[in-house]
Ligand binder design. Structure first.
Ligand SMILES: NC(=O)c1ccc[n+]([C@@H]2O[C@H](COP(=O)([O-])OP(=O)(O)OC[C@H]3O[C@@H](n4cnc5c(N)ncnc54)[C@H](OP(=O)(O)O)[C@@H]3O)[C@@H](O)[C@H]2O)c1
Length: 325
């Protein structure tokens, strides 16, 4: 009779260790979605009785507009930021009708313009408010080429992308941090992207979102060291529909902006500074954590093969890139 070969004990222990690590990771991931939201902790009145306000950047459309609606529902008055006053006025009127007990104020500023005086001016404009929240949501791929190798982007387009997604939020946080510290407990949220891990053909966008994520991690530690009562929460976002550039039908992996906004605010107080707030996006991304880098690269290349092929073959000068707009 043939004897079955026995498994070496170290392999058994390695297997057990892997199973335990996997179980802990899975439990941590799931628990983020089960904890009750602590959003209302930040919707508090000041000692002298002034109501709470939150500033939402990029609030005239898509996710920012949906977040503003949810925040108003949770007791905040909202400063709606955008670049187009008419569009903002329409959103203000819509939200005022939906939330008659709340106030809405407009803040018009082009997020691609990052001169120091812009931020001093914003802080001055908001100085009379009891600001207890800042949601850095403005961002996107800018007005030029999308899905191309970096040499196809004009310098202006790249500056626009990096300013809007990285520099504008950084300088805005810097200028409003003293107010948030003074008014604490306060919430500091940012809308990032799951492309922050180094996605090709959107490299300036992907890197800017990676920067924003690192900024949130640094700020989380800074807040602890300084002893401030501020929660930093960075959202890693997958595809969301019902936004300016995507009006497709929502699906399990592509929530509408309102569904996404609800999920995002439900995660406030979850205990983790960087999260994928919508479970469908987590299902899409989580398997990548367990794959070797070469397989992840293959999947990314396969997903982008059609989109990218137009722009990957002939490097262009900035003038030529401009023509692709
Ligand atoms: N939707 C997605 O699939 C997705 C996925 C990952 C991450 N995100 C991130 O989610 C955030 C919101 O995106 P969204 O999809 O909701 O986009 P959206 O519908 O295009 O809304 C973007 C908002 O930002 C404003 N904005 C754009 N450029 C601006 C500028 N230069 N100055 C001031 N405001 C400006 C827009 O104003 P106007 O109304 O005037 O254009 C609008 O209010 C972004 O940070 C984006 O990177 C979105």
């Amino acid at each position: 009779m043939m004897s079955t070969p026995s498994i070496p004990p170290f392999l058994v222990w390695l297997g057990v260790l892997a199973a335990v690590v996997l179980a802990i990771k899975a439990t941590n991931t799931i628990s983020v979605y089960l904890r009750p939201s602590k959003l209302r902790r930040y919707a508090h009145t000041s000692r002298d009785g002034r109501p709470p306000w939150v500033l939402v950047t990029g609030a005239s459309d898509g996710i920012g507009k949906a977040l503003s609606n949810e925040l108003a529902d949770s007791g905040f008055n909202v400063v709606l930021h955008g670049r187009n006053r008419t569009k903002l006025l329409n959103v203000q009127s819509e939200l005022s009708q939906a939330h008659p007990a709340r106030s809405f104020r407009l803040l018009v500023a082009d997020a691609t313009q990052c001169q120091p005086e812009v931020f001093k001016d914003i802080a001055d404009q908001l100085s009379d408010l009891h600001l207890t929240g800042l949601v850095n949501n403005v961002g996107g791929g800018g007005s030029g080429t999308l899905f191309a190798t970096l040499d196809h982007y004009t310098a202006e387009n790249t500056i626009e992308i990096v300013n809007m997604n990285a520099l504008f939020p950084t300088l805005l946080i810097g200028s409003l941090l003293p107010t948030l510290v003074q008014n604490g407990p306060a919430l500091l949220m940012s809308t990032g992207s799951i492309t922050d891990a180094g996605v090709p053909l959107v490299s300036a966008y992907s890197a800017s979102k990676g920067y924003l994520k690192t900024l949130a991690e640094s700020l989380t530690r800074e807040v602890k060291i300084a002893g401030w009562d501020i929660e930093v929460l960075h959202l890693r976002v997958g595809v969301v529909t019902g936004v300016a550039g995507n009006k497709s039908k929502p699906s399990m992996f592509m929530p509408s902006a309102p569904v996404f906004a609800k999920a995002a605010l439900a995660r406030v107080g979850c205990g983790s500074p960087v999260i994928i707030p919508y479970w469908g996006h987590t299902l899409q991304v989580a398997p990548l954590d367990f794959m070797p880098v070469w397989l992840v690269d293959m999947i990314i290349e396969y997903s982008l093969r059609d989109i990218g092929s137009v722009f990957t073959n002939t490097p262009a000068t900035n003038d030529e890139a401009a023509k692709t707009k």
